[in-house]
Design a protein. Structure first.
Length: 300
């Protein structure tokens, strides 16, 4: 397997969806608690990326094995298109999963059972997202599962690692972290929603009945636009409540860009042409949020 094929198989271009929630968790940990633990979060970062790569390979593997549409299986899915050996793919998944699990269990040994529970939840979502009798990705739950797990849980675990054993499990703490993570949560969910909008017919041919199947293209587009608006509103609320620095309001300068990309997706839902609109909103929106948050920490 060549390096370019490996990078496509693990969907390396999509890793910003994991890295940016991690970074906003780092920013909030320092801003709210004044604490950062490089060793713990460094190990967590490695485990997170390894597991994220496993999940993407696992998704491709299951999509290939369970595909009903032979054209998709042989020409679209990377395993069929590149004629990859299934045993090689299976060994790769085993290595990625085992290394990630080992690091996660090691961190749980030092930081306690809450990390074990949170990590176990993320592992369960990642495994059953594309496997089992009713894969989550084939149901109208894909957007919620991906957005909540990658947007909120990655940030929550990051904050916990930086602040344990002083982390306080109460409603106020969880609401604050949820609000900090909400823009990422919504933009990651929108990534899946845009993908399902573009793949509606292909998904239905492969017996995948996503949220778009139930609410239709118009309903999906309305939900996409609404989520973008709520994400920006969440940034305003963060600064108003004092859990993010005022510099985060500079993220609102992206409003015209987000509106433009949303209009492009409204005009047509073509994977090769307008799905990147959701990627651009996530990448630029989340990066701007992290940079403006970090700016507020650096400035006196």
């Amino acid at each position: 397997m060549s390096l370019p094929i490996f990078l496509e198989l693990v969907e390396v271009k999509a890793k910003t969806a994991s890295i940016l929630p991690f970074l906003i968790g780092m920013c909030f940990s320092y801003y709210a608690y004044g604490e950062v633990r490089p060793l713990y979060v460094g190990l967590y970062f490695i485990a997170m990326l390894l597991f994220n790569m496993f999940v993407d390979v696992w998704d491709n593997y299951n999509d290939y094995r369970h595909a009903v549409d032979l054209d998709y299986q042989e020409k679209t899915n990377i395993i069929g298109r590149e004629n990859l050996s299934l045993p090689v793919v299976e060994r790769l998944m085993l290595v990625l999963f085992t290394l990630s699990l080992f690091i996660g269990l090691l961190l749980s040994w030092f930081l306690g059972w809450p990390l074990l529970v949170m990590g176990g939840f993320c592992y369960a979502i990642g495994i059953f997202y594309s496997s089992g009798p009713k894969p989550l990705s084939n149901l109208p739950l894909g957007e919620i599962c991906s957005g909540f797990t990658m947007g909120f849980m990655i940030t929550l675990i990051c904050v916990y690692l930086n602040t344990a054993p002083h982390f306080i499990w109460n409603f106020q703490t969880l609401v604050q972290i949820f609000l900090i993570a909400l823009p990422n949560t919504l933009w990651i969910a929108n990534l899946m929603l845009a993908n399902n909008l573009c793949d509606k017919e292909e998904d239905e041919r492969n017996h995948r009945y996503t949220l778009v199947h139930y609410i239709g293209i118009k309903g999906g587009l309305y939900l996409f636009a609404t989520a973008n608006g709520v994400a920006l509103l969440a940034i305003v609320c963060q600064t108003w409540l004092g859990i993010a620095p005022p510099t985060c309001l500079l993220s609102l300068l992206l409003l015209p860009f987000i509106v433009k990309q949303t209009k492009l997706l409204y005009q047509k839902q073509v994977k090769s042409e307008t799905f990147p609109c959701a990627i651009k909103i996530l990448a630029l929106g989340s990066t701007m949020h992290v940079l403006t948050y970090a700016l507020g920490i650096i400035l006196p």
